[in-house]
Design a protein around this ligand. Structure first.
Ligand SMILES: *[C@@H]1O[C@H](CO)[C@@H](O)[C@H](O)[C@H]1NC(C)=O
Ligand SMILES: *[C@@H]1O[C@H](CO)[C@@H](O)[C@H](O)[C@H]1NC(C)=O
Ligand SMILES: *[C@@H]1O[C@H](CO)[C@@H](O)[C@H](O)[C@H]1NC(C)=O
Ligand SMILES: *[C@@H]1O[C@H](CO)[C@@H](O)[C@H](O)[C@H]1NC(C)=O
Ligand SMILES: *[C@@H]1O[C@H](CO)[C@@H](O)[C@H](O)[C@H]1NC(C)=O
Ligand SMILES: *[C@@H]1O[C@H](CO)[C@@H](O)[C@H](O)[C@H]1NC(C)=O
Ligand SMILES: *[C@@H]1O[C@H](CO)[C@@H](O)[C@H](O)[C@H]1NC(C)=O
Length: 460
């Protein structure tokens, strides 16, 4: 008996120490809803008569799931039985098709032959298969620096939340605007870099689900409004344009959405709502200041840029003007050239059309000139292309041709008809046969002179 007593004492001590070690672990450790879960018991020792399982934090009858008598295998459900639990002969608890509601603390109470009880605690968390969350924005089109971005991630389930921006983790600046639970994203004075697709994702150890993207537009600008020449070249403040050439001015800016454009010429609005303006044939009338005004209809901001367009000096149409206009026999005349190319390489004067025998003289870049076959000794050329013809006689009248060649190799040929008036004894004026009727008439006195001119052929 002593031995038995000793043995009982030993067993009792063993039981007590073992009892302190009862532990309960769920299998699987992180079950998803619908899984069959087993609460496995470890550290049981001695002969157990009965098990009581409780689903709750205390040993209260209301939490009793089931009582189980080991010898008979009889199981009696308690008030907390959900219809899915079953006690196993080894003391474990099976929960078939566990639901999130089965989550919580479980207590196993054992009873041995000496009617001593012991308890073990365990915890199970049954995770939901998460439904797709929804992101809602109180406004998907915002104005930069003015509007507040507010996104809410809605999910019926408790879960961790994380956000995605264009498929990537959210930039830190935006992440700072999260609510403590991560479900609300607020960003005051939203920036253009924050335009894009936002998604939220809910996750727990057994599932993850991402929302559809919400696309956010951020309006800004116009900024850096500039005028480009022919779509690529950035203009300075002045564009010089050759006579009778064309130019397209492009207005560019950084703006969302594309701005509305208005062009103005010397302060007057033009009827042009496009991003470009064509100057089809440059003349002096097109000289002036061109302004492009870009207006953003969403931000209600506007910006402008201007450029001055000028006729390039070298490209003013070349004209030949005799000085004096109506020279008389014996006088000198200068055929002055206005608008001659500034980048002149060489020019040549001809009597009649441009031809070698008709060449009067050529002027070289050095300023030296070379007499041609038609030179009479009375012609002098100047650096500004002018031709001086001294001591005119009637045979000098007629067509003169100037040919210019620029450094770029551009040639231009221009003609002038020189008229030489005959000097007569009584001081009357006759033109040579090439004169046009009225050509010699001062304004308002045409008729009288025309008569004289008309009579002229009869005198010869
Ligand atoms: C859970 O157990 C039941 C019965 O044993 C079985 O029919 C069912 O397929 C199991 N469910 C899962 C998710 O394993
Ligand atoms: C969106 O939410 C923010 C923050 O709550 C608020 O300031 C803003 O006025 C809201 N915008 C609209 C269009 O409701
Ligand atoms: C958001 O933008 C993406 C990519 O441009 C597009 O595929 C998607 O349909 C847009 N979603 C909405 C709601 O407009
Ligand atoms: C302008 O150029 C066009 C074609 O290049 C030409 O036909 C026209 O005569 C020129 N006009 C003037 C005034 O030079
Ligand atoms: C300007 O010229 C381009 C090319 O010649 C043409 O396509 C465009 O329609 C013109 N724009 C205007 C406003 O006349
Ligand atoms: C060209 O030079 C000559 C001589 O210097 C001068 O008499 C003439 O007026 C000049 N013509 C023009 C258009 O400048
Ligand atoms: C006119 O000038 C040309 C050339 O210098 C000369 O040959 C001709 O004799 C002159 N005519 C008269 C009428 O002086």
């Amino acid at each position: 008996m002593a031995l038995t007593g000793c043995s009982w004492l030993f067993l009792s001590a063993a039981f007590l120490s073992a009892g302190a070690e009862i532990s309960i672990t769920p299998e699987p450790a992180q079950p998803a809803e619908g899984d069959n879960v087993t609460l496995t018991v470890h550290g049981l020792s001695g002969e157990v008569l009965a098990y009581n399982w409780y689903a709750g934090p205390t040993l209260s009858l209301t939490y009793l799931v089931a009582s189980y008598i080991v010898s008979t295998g009889d199981e009696t459900p308690g008030p907390a039985h959900t219809g899915r639990e079953a006690v196993r002969p080894d003391g474990g608890l099976d929960i078939r098709g566990a639901l999130p509601g089965h989550s919580g603390t479980y207590i196993l109470q054992t009873l041995n032959r000496q009617l001593q009880t012991d308890v073990g605690y365990g915890h199970v968390q049954v995770y939901e298969i998460l439904a797709q969350p929804v992101v809602t924005a109180n406004n998907t089109a915002l104005v930069e620096r003015r509007d507040t971005l507010r996104l809410v991630c809605s999910s019926p389930s408790p879960a961790e939340v994380r956000w995605f921006f264009n498929g990537e983790a959210l930039p830190i600046a935006i992440r700072l605007g999260q609510s403590p639970d991560g479900r609300v994203l607020t960003r005051h004075g939203v920036r253009r870099e924050e335009a894009g697709a936002y998604q939220c994702e809910v996750w727990n150890p057994v599932s993850v689900s991402r929302s559809e993207p919400v696309n956010l537009t951020v309006y800004y600008g116009p900024e850096r409004v500039a005028i480009l020449q022919d779509s690529t070249t950035r203009t300075g403040c002045t564009i010089k344009l050759d006579f009778n050439t064309s130019l397209t001015l492009w207005c560019v800016s950084q703006s969302c959405p594309e701005p509305e454009y208005v062009w103005a010429f010397n302060g007057r609005a033009l009827k042009n709502g496009q991003d470009h303006l064509n100057i089809t044939s440059m003349t002096a009338a097109q000289e002036g200041t061109y302004t492009c005004i870009a207006k953003n209809p969403k931000t209600l901001l506007s910006g402008s840029a201007s450029v001055v367009v000028k006729l390039s000096a070298a490209a003013v149409a070349m004209t030949i003007v005799p000085v004096p206009t109506r020279p008389m026999e014996g006088q000198d005349v200068t055929l002055t050239v206005q608008g001659y190319p500034k980048d002149l390489l060489v020019y040549a004067w001809y009597r009649g059309p441009a031809s070698e025998p008709g060449r009067l003289l050529s002027q070289l870049p050095s300023g030296n000139w070379i007499a041609g076959p038609a030179h009479t000794g009375r012609e002098v050329g100047f650096a500004n292309c002018s031709l001086l013809v001294q001591k005119l006689n009637l045979t000098d009248a007629g067509r003169y041709t100037l040919k210019t060649v620029t450094l770029q190799g551009k040639t231009e040929t221009l003609e002038v008809e020189l008229q030489v008036a005959r000097e007569c004894v009584r001081g009357c004026i006759f033109s040579d046969r090439r004169s046009q009727s009225g050509a010699l008439s001062p304004p308002g006195r045409g008729g009288k002179h025309r008569q004289r001119v008309d009579r002229r052929p009869q005198q010869t």
